[in-house]
Design a protein around this ligand. Sequence first.
Ligand SMILES: [Zn+2]
Length: 375
Amino acid sequence: MFSFAVLATQGHARRGRLTLNRGTVETPVFMPVGTYGSVKGVMPSSLEAMGVEIILGNTFHLWLRPGLDVLRRFGGLHRFEGWPRPLLTDSGGFQVWSLGANAKVSEEGVAFASPVNGDKLLLTPELSMQIQRVLDSDIAMQFDECTAYQVEGRVAGEDEVCRSMQMSLRWAKRSRDEFIRLENPNALFGIVQGGMFEVLREESIAALARLDLPGYAIGGVSVGEPKAEMQRIVAHTPHRLPAAKPRYLMGVGTPEDLLEGIAAGVDMFDCVMPTRNARNGHLFTRFGDLRIRNARYKEDEAPPDPSCACPTCARFSRAYLHHLDRCGEMLAPMLASLHNLHFYVDVMRQVRAALAEGRFDAFAAQFSADRQRGL
Ligand SMILES: [Zn+2]
């Protein structure tokens, strides 16, 4: 089962609802990242309590560990990781990109040595679909080549980016054919590539739209390009995708990036930032970012974010979090992750309410002013 309904629009921004096999997802949505089958340091019950409706898993990592035999035994990733709500899995393309020079890309797929045990492996569009079939994720992603911003120390040229984008299109078709052959009952999304070239992005969109997939993602952003380049593509691409299908901006970003993406017509986001930054003592708040390691918080009795209703802010002070961090207590990154995810999820809840009431622009302006005001 898959459907998407646009419930309200304001400019390019949309308030929508995704219906998947395991539940509905209100959009715009932020999806926490659970790379190895765990949103780092956060219990699934805590994610449910804060209103998370969908999380990510990673095909590449779960294929290597625990491997398909274990996942098959559990009937997929949901039961294995104790998460009954919808799941989206990345295809492995981005992880292969992360391997850099250690991966060899050909038309067939990507050959590389396993970072776990050195085994020689070949990941293809077909194998990615077979793995995602075993994971039984509610949304599977096509296998793509995430085009690098830089190649061998220089910015990739239009010809190289074009060749990469066109291979991703051929891989999209192979992914789609294998997805159908496997009788996967879930939904497959395509991924727009084309680097920082608008004309290539438009070519990618046109070809993917002809495949008539249930949804489309924007890949190849947040891959080392300057911020202004990312903003140019995020402003350009989303609203050119088919209006009736959900649009997913992969791997982005800060709260401000999310608001810009929504204004450009994006419905879905994922990013490791709330959890990764939390582990480094970086808390996002309505009134700017808080670096809990700063000595100024040593005796601060205030909650991390006075406007936040999360379990961390309801019970603990900045001084306590500062202390836990200083002592290397594992509760420090757990409490910070809980707060940051709650903050991201709550911003999205507020965005959806603003869109439903036709006041998104005013909300975005106020949010930006609040964030810049500082704590
Ligand atoms: Zn909080």
